[in-house]
Write a protein that binds this ligand. Structure first.
Ligand SMILES: [Zn+2]
Length: 721
């Protein structure tokens, strides 16, 4: 008894696990129709012509089982838009997906036996065969799969359709990890030929990796590409109201949400009672097992659906009729006997920044991600660690014995040959030796790349980089390259949206910063933006535990006008003159006492609706981490002097005493009437000492700060605001 209950539960639980399934095809196509009403006119024209065809078929009673002549061979290409995660789908999964499509489009899969009796005679045999391309658009050998790392891997949308191949030669299928917010809950979508006609670079299917081999998702989406509608039509949602798909042998239906092969769906007669079309008495049960329903019980297309697909493939709309032309079969090589292709070597790393392994077991793990053939051996080499040979182990861990950039190389060998890939400056190993911040100013000369590593996670043009032509007070600084230079159709995909990039500082030792002294980070920065939709962010993080966790500095973000302080610029922004630079500062007092603090600057470009990114270049220079107050340039600190800063002050004014070792210094704060409002006597032992004077409780206005010792006498104005 118990066993039966369990198996019943399992049967019901299966589709529930995919209750989120949503095909966004109607959403994206209806949006385009709204924008370009001509698409609906073209669609109506197609439907009218197909109606004529169906009438003729009904008259000659050929609508049921007659096989179609002329096999239509269709070249496919799958594009993995990835970050080396689960969306880096194995070749074998793609091969299985295509094999399953060919079964579905020809009703050859074993479970057609489960098709309910009334529909057995309408099983579609399209004589359409899909093949992975054997030649790419340049004629090079291919297995019909491409892989490209992209910041859009988890933000699937048309913008993620990078590297598309010509849509009149290949059906493009892009694979991503997740969709963006505008396709919330979607599993996949496709454009109909009429919609795709004006946007050839977006034509094709885009699907979540997790749905590639789930319930015929790709067969369903390719059905849309070949002009099939959902069985309930394309203007409402499944389960809402009776609708029709302009195909005679699929009865009108409300359609079904994912309920699985339950009797309520299989024998649903809603909307289909007494269904007769063009003189043929079709089943009075809906076709809940149709691939174009959401039932999660998909087992068939109908024969007229296949006729509709073949009609779409015979029309020039969106170049469909060229896909299976003799010239194209030759160009894409799909009918050639497949050859054993050499592998394509590739690998990823568990992280791209770490610190010397001597401190902690924080090895970087390198993962073999080679593809296109079965790998028989791997050879790893690293620029500052021993080489490693493995059979087919997928990962190697490495501890590095010297700080700095590491280049890594992988040679992957199969029976057909070998391939190698070298990733130069791929991971960075930070030194554990920390900087004591006394005079520290970073001016970003090119030699500093070895200490301030910039990591471009998605290997694109939007990244931190050193600049040797401009700076705050010299010709060097660091900039976030954020001006999108793509033009034409290239500008339709791969934008900076959802990218992020980091640069890292060396470690700092704050153990000897006196509790009374300030501890600040400051730098000069300037930027611009390209459109008012700019929402770029610069976040500054710190770690006290070798990068295991990073926390944002207090008030550690710059946005809007702090980043784009010079406003809108439609050309690539370059600052001219120091006046364009703004001083930014951050309180680091919560890091006092730590002996190894590393900082990370993360730039995140805007999320916006423009084809090109909304941001522009952002420049940063003279990064100072200091226990002296903000506003003091460490190069000033020589001879005998007292520096009052910040000035104006609002909370605390600091008097930095330089060269007054072994003296007792008197500091007085005097208001405009001559009254002494603060008086301190300070014994000084060190070359530089910072004295804090709280001023928040004092009236706003002008004051004098008098600093006197046996060898020194100075008075400075101080404004309290
Ligand atoms: Zn759909």
């Amino acid at each position: 008894m118990k066993k039966i209950i369990l198996s019943l539960l399992a049967a019901v639980a299966m589709p529930a696990a995919f209750a989120q399934f949503k095909c966004a095809t109607d959403e994206v196509n209806n949006a385009r129709i709204k924008q370009y009403p001509q698409i609906q006119v073209d669609m109506d024209q197609f439907n009218a012509a197909f109606d004529v065809y169906m009438k003729a078929m009904a008259k000659s009673n050929l609508a049921k089982t007659t096989a179609f002549g002329d096999t239509m061979h269709i070249p496919l290409v799958f594009h993995m838009v990835h970050n080396y995660g689960s969306e880096y789908v194995a070749d074998t999964i793609v091969y299985q997906t295509v094999a399953q499509m060919n079964l579905m489009y020809n009703s050859l899969q074993p479970d057609t036996i489960d098709v309910i009796t009334p529909f057995k005679k309408y099983l579609g045999k399209g004589n359409i065969l899909f093949h992975l391309a054997q030649k790419d658009p340049n004629g090079n050998p291919s297995n019909g799969i491409t892989r490209r790392i992209s910041n859009l891997f988890n933000q699937g949308t048309d913008q993620a359709k990078i590297d598309g191949w010509p849509n009149n030669k290949y059906m493009n299928i892009w694979v991503v990890n997740t969709f963006d917010a505008s396709h919330n809950g979607a599993a996949a979508y496709a454009y109909t030929p009429q919609s795709a006609n004006g946007i050839p670079y977006y034509d094709g299917v885009i699907s979540l990796a997790s749905y590639l081999n789930t319930d015929n998702t790709i067969s369903h989406e390719v059905g849309h590409s070949l002009n099939l509608s959902h069985v309930w039509g394309n203007t409402n949602n499944a389960g809402v109201g009776c609708g029709d798909d302009n195909v005679d042998d699929t009865p009108p239906t409300k359609g079904h949400n994912p309920v699985g092969c339950v009797p309520a769906a299989l024998f649903d007669v809603t909307c289909a009672t007494n269904y007769i079309r063009n003189g043929i008495d079709y089943p009075d049960t809906v076709n809940a097992q149709n691939v174009m329903d959401y039932t999660y019980c998909s087992k068939m297309f109908t024969q007229l659906q296949m006729a509709r697909c073949r009609t779409a493939l015979s029309a020039a709309t969106a170049g469909r009729n060229n896909l299976w032309s003799a010239a194209n079969l030759s160009a894409t090589g799909i009918l050639n006997t497949p050859t054993d292709l050499t592998p394509i070597a590739d690998f990823s790393a568990s992280k791209l920044w770490s610190v010397l392994g001597a401190v902690l077991p924080i090895a970087i793990t390198f993962k073999n991600q080679s593809w296109r053939d079965t790998i028989s051996s791997l050879q790893w080499s690293f620029s500052n660690a021993p080489s490693i040979s493995t059979a087919t182990n997928s990962s190697v861990a490495n501890l590095f014995n010297a700080p700095g950039w590491v280049s890594a190389k992988l040679v992957a060998t199969s029976n057909a040959g070998k391939d190698s890939i070298t990733k130069n400056h791929y991971v960075y190993i930070a030194d554990t030796a920390a900087i004591v911040p006394g005079n520290y100013v970073q001016k970003f000369n090119s030699a500093d790349t070895n200490y301030f590593p910039c990591i471009n996670y998605f290997e694109n043009s939007f990244k931190w980089e050193y600049v040797n032509s401009v700076g705050y007070d010299d010709n060097s600084c660091i900039r976030y390259n954020n001006f999108d230079t793509r033009t034409g159709n290239a500008a339709k995909a791969g934008k900076p949206e959802f990218d992020y990039d980091d640069f890292f500082t060396p470690g700092f030792d704050f153990t000897n910063v006196p509790s009374s002294a300030p501890l600040t980070m400051s730098f000069y920065a300037t930027g611009a933006y390209r459109s008012t939709t700019q929402t770029d962010v610069l976040d500054i993080y710190a770690t006290k535990n070798w990068g295991i966790t990073w926390t944002k500095l207090p008030a550690g973000s710059l946005t809007n006008n702090s980043l784009g302080n010079t406003g809108i610029k439609t050309t690539a922004y370059t600052p001219v003159g120091a006046a364009q630079w703004q001083l930014q500062s951050f309180d680091l007092s919560s890091y006092k006492g730590s002996n190894h603090v590393y900082f990370k600057f993360r730039y995140t470009p805007s999320v916006d609706n423009t084809d090109l990114g909304a941001g522009n270049h952002f420049y940063l220079d003279n990064l100072q981490i200091t226990q002296f107050p903000l506003g003091i340039d460490a190069s000033q600190l020589k001879g005998q002097q007292a520096i009052v800063a910040p000035n104006p002050a609002s909370q605390t004014a600091f008097v930095t005493l330089v060269g007054l070792n072994n003296e007792t210094v008197h500091i007085q704060l005097v208001d405009i009437t001559g009254s002494v409002v603060a008086s301190l006597q300070v014994p000084v032992q060190e070359d530089r000492k910072v004295v804090a004077i709280p001023v928040a409780h004092l009236a706003k206005g002008m004051y004098m700060v008098r600093v006197q010792s046996s060898t020194f006498n100075q008075a400075d104005k101080l404004i309290i605001q």
